[in-house]
Design a protein around this ligand. Structure first.
Ligand code: NAD
Ligand code: TYD
Length: 333
């Protein structure tokens, strides 16, 4: 089988490609990625010479280019996106372009050539939960509240609209917060780890009582594999990590694992419109696909910290250039 993976040079896409080449060595993968600030071919160094792997640089909004690649594939696995909420608050434009128009361009190509697409989405499309609310599942109404989640919600709606209107072959997964190696250091966990490695404080937004459900990135990659092998066309699957934690508790665990104390915490101004709680009920994926997350949060976090310690040069290269300007604007230098 020939897979076209979009956004494969990013955090989750690169793990998915490495996972897939190992599990399905007979398959061929083309990785289409624009190499924005978040895309990094270093993430795939260990597979770059695999004869079944090919990289092409390009934009998912570039229609002719996308049509040529989709024509040649059996299956599209769509990760490419602008993915950071804080950046979407500063400027939503790139989020609308890539996440909405880019997805529509891929859908047009999928429709034209009768291919299958799996759309990788987020639990953030469902909005924010109160402490007493049940976790999100596939029947939770959409209520996105940041420009990022609104753009992802729009893309999910388009994928379903193309299924109902044109009969395209599609599946969607809505996953909770991922963590693991190769995660760009603008997101909370790698930012905090890299700050602590440099002896800096960690900026906790607001009161730190916002809750996220953390899933190891390889559990997510395996979940997508299960959807691709066993999922039903037209269906959505919620994938979660069974690991609901408040940001402050995550921070305290991190401090403990990195031999730091709470004087390293700095409470900073809250994110505007900050969603209070996300949580996923993954019963459908468990009952229908036989998937459930395997990694325990503290074990995965230890592994992640070790990787960042051993790959400080990777972190430094991510932080040079454009990211430095973003960081200074967001947190002060
Ligand atoms: P990321 O920001 O690390 O990577 C995104 C990749 O997409 C980068 O390699 C970038 O170069 C590429 N890209 C951006 N715009 C492009 C364009 N116009 N054309 C081609 N390539 C482009 O993101 P991630 O964290 O790996 O997330 C991957 C997907 O998973 C996204 O769709 C995201 O919404 C979804 N998701 C992420 C999380 C999470 O916790 N990170 C959770 C659930 C779902
Ligand atoms: P993030 O990694 O940006 O993921 P998302 O917003 O998609 O959930 O943030 C995870 C949580 O950490 C979120 O509640 C915001 C919070 N956060 C901080 O407290 N400080 C920070 O510097 C960042 C980047 C995030």
């Amino acid at each position: 089988m020939k897979l076209l993976v979009t956004g494969g040079a990013g955090f989750i896409g690169s793990h998915f490609i490495r996972y897939w080449l190992k599990r399905h060595p007979e398959d061929e993968i083309t990785n289409l990625d624009l190499l924005t600030y978040a895309g990094n071919l270093e993430n795939l160094k260990d597979v770059q010479d695999n004869k079944n792997y090919k990289f092409v640089k390009g934009d998912i909004c570039d229609r002719d280019f996308v049509f040529d690649l989709v024509r040649d594939a059996d299956l599209v696995v769509h990760f490419a996106a602008e993915s950071h909420v804080d950046r979407s608050i500063i400027d939503p434009s790139a989020f609308i372009r890539t996440n909405v128009l880019g997805t529509q361009t891929l859908l047009d190509a999928v429709k034209e050539f009768g291919k299958r697409i799996h759309h990788v989405s987020t639990d953030e499309v469902f909005g924010a939960l109160k402490p007493e609310d049940p976790a999100f599942d596939e029947n939770t109404p959409y209520d996105p509240r940041s420009p990022y989640s609104a753009s992802k919600a729009a893309s999910d709606h388009l994928v379903r609209a193309y299924y109902h209107t044109y009969g395209i072959k599609m599946t969607i997964s809505n996953c909770s917060n991922n963590y693991g190696s190769y995660m760009f250091p603008e997101k909370m966990l790698p930012l905090f780890i890299s700050n602590l490695m440099e002896g800096k404080k960690v900026p906790v937004y607001g009161d730190g009582q916002q809750v996220r459900d953390w899933i190891h990135v390889l559990d997510h990659a395996r979940g997508i594999d299960f959807v691709l092998q066993k999922g039903k066309i037209g269906e959505t699957y919620c994938l979660g990590g069974n690991s609901e934690l408040a940001n402050l508790d995550v921070t305290k665990t991190l401090l403990k694992l990195m031999d730091k104390d709470e004087s390293s915490i700095e409470f900073v101004k809250d994110r505007p419109g900050h969603d209070r709680r996300y949580a996923i009920d993954f019963s459908k994926a468990k009952n229908e696909l036989g998937w459930e997350p395997e990694m325990k949060f503290e074990d995965g976090l230890k592994e992640m910290i070790d990787w960042y310690k051993q790959n400080q040069d990777w972190v430094e290269r991510c932080k040079s250039g454009e990211y430095q300007k973003y960081y200074n604007k967001q947190y002060g230098s």
